[in-house]
Ligand binder design. Structure first.
Ligand code: C5P
Length: 226
């Protein structure tokens, strides 16, 4: 299991200060849409320069197949290690992205977003006309057939997804409160023992680390546990 720290701080400087603080630790760093739009692609090389971290660029692509594949190819050129797309863009779109990326000498891991965890059950069925559980299973099967490397999902869906696809199909799970701390706005949170039990491959943690008095110590404590 790998720890991925979300760089969700309000400014570029605060994110970079956090990166410096984590230098030398075996963590991945997640750059999201806000930071990428505000700070530009230069933020990625800056982060790499600060400590050779693996970068997860979470832009959640969702468009027609050719446009997604074009975008994925550009992102692959940014030297990042993991990217995301929406499974609801469809199996053909995911396949087209994967065949384009597989033709490159080196490509990032690609994860598909199943159901956004912010959806309440009734909101979800209003959009997808399905239950979250059914949809996550269907999205996972289609992403697996399309050659995607794994899913972004709730920790409570991780084991089910692997069972339905393959144990090697990766899962990345946000909503982790490593030692049972404040859930903030997350609704279904889990601690490290649950993430381990559910075989999550990547856990994404933001606030429990960057809002701590000493983020480096918290990150080290998490790494020691996993
Ligand atoms: O601060 P916290 O640990 O809740 O941060 C979790 C990170 O994971 C945030 O960057 C959030 O946007 C992201 N995320 C999430 N739930 C999803 C997908 C991404 O919390 N379903």
């Amino acid at each position: 299991m790998k720890l991925c720290v979300a760089l969700d701080m309000p400014s570029r400087d605060e994110n970079l200060a956090l990166v410096r603080e984590l230098s030398g630790l075996d963590v991945w760093l997640k750059v999201g849409l806000r930071s990428f739009l505000r700070d530009g692609a230069g933020i990625l090389s800056k982060i790499k320069d600060l400590g050779g971290f693996k970068i997860f660029l979470d832009l959640k692509l969702h468009d027609i197949p050719n446009t997604m594949a074009d975008a994925a190819e550009v992102i692959a050129g940014l030297n990042v290690d993991m990217i995301t797309l929406h499974a609801s863009a469809g199996e053909r779109a995911m396949s087209e992205v994967m065949s384009r990326l597989n033709a490159l000498p080196r490509r990032p891991l690609v994860l598909a977003v199943s159901a956004l965890t912010s959806f309440k059950a009734d909101e979800f069925s209003a959009v997808y006309n399905d239950s979250v559980e059914n949809a996550v299973r269907k999205f996972s099967l289609s992403a697996h057939r399309a050659g995607v490397d794994g899913m972004v999902c709730s920790v409570f869906e991780s084991a089910m997804i692997k069972m339905a696809t393959s144990k090697d199909f990766l899962t990345l799970t946000p909503g982790i409160r490593p030692f049972g701390e404040n859930a903030n706005d997350q609704s279904r949170v889990a601690d490290l023992s649950v993430a381990k039990r559910e075989n999550s491959d990547f856990i994404v943690i933001g606030r429990p680390i960057y809002e701590a008095q000493n983020p480096r110590e918290v990150a080290k404590k998490i790494l020691a546990q996993i």
